[in-house]
Design a protein around this ligand. Structure first.
Ligand code: NAP
Length: 321
């Protein structure tokens, strides 16, 4: 072989090597990180899911938040770059006034939905409850009755809009972007229309914009009727991480509501979302979860182990209930 032919062969071999490295990194055992969209990423659970994902080299996270203010909050708390955050109101995604698919979401393989309508305390109800204090004291009753407080949703940001229409829009977004998997952080209690949470946003006569659990469940039904892979997580009451060791308990159809303690930390829920993106891939499952205190020194299963064990049972929520 002449020296020039030799040089051409070497150059061709180098090009080939670069091509293979670029297009087939998995052939060398290096998997490209999975791009995941986290919505409600500035919320209390969404922020934890987003933080876990940006610290994990297996994932490339994009946070979707409702406002510029939430975007700044997320950048500040997680120290992520602004390019990891997209501002979009999920109730406006595919409406007439909406801008359609936000830029920067192409190539995402999964979406973790952590959005939710957020009730705020009615100031008027606070004033009313305060004015009642002297009368309650005179009558020997509890001075401040928390039951007098009312919680309301902001106009256009009530459960039917955010937890139903907004979630449908996010599921449609997943379909339009060709994603495979949807993970939803929902809530336990969806089988019971008389659950207290459904009364938030309604007046004494039951009028108003409430029924958060019912709207969430309706959106979940839309998802399970699709061809997408999904993990729907119904946590019990959300709280901070416990100081004592805890184990995850997973079940279905609100059976865990019978427990006296039925809460779970947002950290545990975030870990279950990550588990959904790994061991839950390719699955279609919906379950409830709480955390139970265990004695010091007991080995506690990780979220991935707990979800793997649960998946082996073949159980999933019954949406005909
Ligand atoms: P959270 O802090 O209330 O966060 C909800 C997030 O949704 C907020 O960041 C909010 O954005 C975002 N959001 C609301 N409307 C939106 C819209 N139209 N477009 C885009 N984003 C929107 O949530 P959390 O308390 O961690 O709860 C996470 C999930 O668990 C929710 O589905 C909740 O219902 C459920 N859950 C809660 C409890 C509990 O005890 N709280 C119990 C069981 C289940 P902004 O920050 O911009 O307002």
């Amino acid at each position: 072989m002449t020296p020039s032919r030799m040089r051409s062969a070497v150059i061709a071999a180098i090009y080939l090597l670069f091509f293979v490295l670029l297009h087939s990194s998995s052939a060398f055992g290096v998997n490209a990180p999975m791009k995941v969209i986290v919505t409600g990423a500035a919320g209390r659970t969404g922020k934890l899911v987003f933080s876990c994902l940006i610290e994990d080299p297996r994932f490339q996270a994009v946070g979707l938040v409702r406002t510029e203010k939430s975007a700044k909050k997320l950048v500040k708390t997680t120290k992520c770059g602004l390019d990891h955050v997209i501002v979009s109101d999920v109730t406006e995604l595919f409406t007439e006034n909406g801008n359609g698919i936000p830029k920067g979401l192409d190539g995402a393989e999964a979406i973790v939905i952590c959005t939710s309508a957020v009730p705020a305390i009615s100031k008027r109800s606070v004033v009313k409850a305060m004015l009642k204090i002297p009368f309650n004291v005179v009558r020997g009753k509890k001075a401040f009755n928390f039951r007098d407080l009312r919680f309301l949703y902001k106009p256009g940001q009530y459960p039917e809009k955010v937890d139903f229409e907004g979630q449908i829009a996010q599921i449609d977004l997943a379909k339009k972007l060709g994603m495979r998997q949807v993970v939803i952080v929902s809530s336990m209690g969806g089988t019971d229309p008389s659950n207290f949470l459904n009364s938030i946003g309604k007046d004494k006569d039951g009028n108003g914009n409430g029924d958060i659990l019912l709207w969430k469940r309706k959106a979940e039904k839309y998802l399970i009727e699709s061809d997408l892979e999904y993990t729907i997580i119904h946590p019990g009451g959300l709280r901070k991480e416990a100081t004592a060791p805890e184990e995850l308990v997973l079940d279905i159809d609100d059976k865990l509501l019978k427990n006296e303690k039925r809460s779970i930390s947002r950290e545990d829920v975030a870990q279950l979302c990550l588990a959904a993106l790994t061991v839950g891939r390719g699955k279609r499952v919906s379950f409830d979860c709480i955390a139970r205190e265990v004695e010091e020194g007991k080995t506690v299963k990780s979220a991935e182990e707990a979800l793997t064990e649960f998946l082996e049972t073949g159980k999933t929520a019954d949406y005909s209930l």
